[in-house]
Design a protein around this ligand. Structure first.
Ligand code: UDP
Ligand code: MG
Length: 314
């Protein structure tokens, strides 16, 4: 039996040595052989050099270095495509996904009842309040409008059986939103709660706007509801306009009351114009995603690796 750990790294020079030391310690105490797959996502610091050093001293370590920064989703996909293990886990390099949970997760999978053990933060300690608030709203909304089951506080850190990894690799979409993909493919998942851990070193790659974009991508990738909102909105506005027209005609006929008011006309025109643009924007978002899917560009391009048989472009 083999366990594969997939570790996406982007500018993690400070955290990597700490992570590697801890993970090796934990793996040594586990009764299973292991491989660690580091995916260097186009780092601009010393990450790649450190990875090469680690790989030179450890046969079980593979590094895959991208030609540029393709994003964590692409890095995880590269890991899934190249992992050989019967059990596969994704872990951040910053120690926010505690390696010490691995033995417990593995024994849970080996007991046979579950296909994957996923982790969920029960607290958001150490995170700005406003970010937590937006995160909660996001999970509420997406669970209402999407058919993928997305758990609040879920991390990407999870240990899976090979069958589940095969399913993920089959989901070859270009616009990847892993939290949705994990939920969509199904399988029996056990949710392991744990307290939030802060990053050991380095900085988070996320700011508010990136997170907002990530949230919108999540909605668009896993729900068609915004599209129907646009058409319902359109129908509602049409209905209101009919009422308004009837009202004005009746008023004119009964009271001879001419409708005056340049201001009100302009307001209505801009309102309708705004709504139309908004709805077109929603459609545009879906079309843009479709455009990227249709191009079938590779998810990532590998510039360097210590494993020769690896697919360089995928
Ligand atoms: N990461 C990556 N590519 C990116 C951004 C991040 O591979 O473009 C990796 C990063 O090195 C880390 C993990 O994804 O191992 C999570 O990133 P981060 O800690 O910045 O996110 P957070 O934990 O704050 O959500
Ligand atoms: Mg982190």
């Amino acid at each position: 039996m083999l366990i594969s750990l997939i570790v996406p790294c982007y500018n993690e020079q400070e955290a990597l040595p700490i992570f590697y030391r801890e993970v090796r310690k934990v793996l040594a105490g586990m009764d299973i052989s292991s491989e660690i797959l580091f995916v260097d996502d186009g780092s601009r610091d010393e990450t790649l050099r450190i990875l090469k050093e680690i790989a030179a001293g450890d046969e079980a370590v593979t590094y895959i270095s991208f030609s540029r920064n393709f994003g964590k989703e692409a890095a995880m996909y590269a890991g899934f495509c190249n992992a050989k293990g019967d059990y596969v886990a994704v872990m951040d390099a910053d120690m926010q996904d505690p390696p010490s949970l691995l033995p417990e997760m593995l024994s849970m999978l080996q007991s046979g009842e579950y296909d994957s053990v996923a982790t969920r933060r029960v607290t958001r300690k150490g995170e700005p309040k406003i970010r937590s608030w937006f995160a909660r709203r996001f999970y509420q909304i997406i669970n209402r409008i999407s058919d993928a089951d997305i758990v609040d506080g879920a991390r990407d850190f999870r240990l899976m059986k090979k069958s589940m990894v095969d399913a993920i690799v089959k989901m070859g979409e270009y616009n990847r939103f892993s939290k949705g993909i994990f939920g969509w493919i199904g399988f029996q998942t056990y949710w392991l709660p744990y307290e939030n851990v802060s990053r050991v070193a380095g900085e988070t790659k996320w700011n508010f706007w990136k997170l907002l974009k990530y949230a919108i991508d999540g909605v668009i990738n896993f729900s068609q509801v915004p599209l129907s909102v646009a058409s319902w909105f359109g129908m509602f506005m049409t209905f209101v306009s009919f009422l308004a027209i009837a009202l004005i005609v009746v008023r004119k006929l009964l009271f001879g009351d001419p409708v005056d008011g340049w201001a009100s006309t302009i307001c209505v025109i801009t309102l309708i114009g705004g709504i139309q643009l908004f709805c077109m924007g929603i459609m545009g978002q879906y079309i843009a995603k479709t455009y990227m899917e249709v191009k079938q560009r590779p998810h990532y391009i590998v510039s360097e690796s210590n494993r020769r048989e690896l697919e360089k472009v995928k």
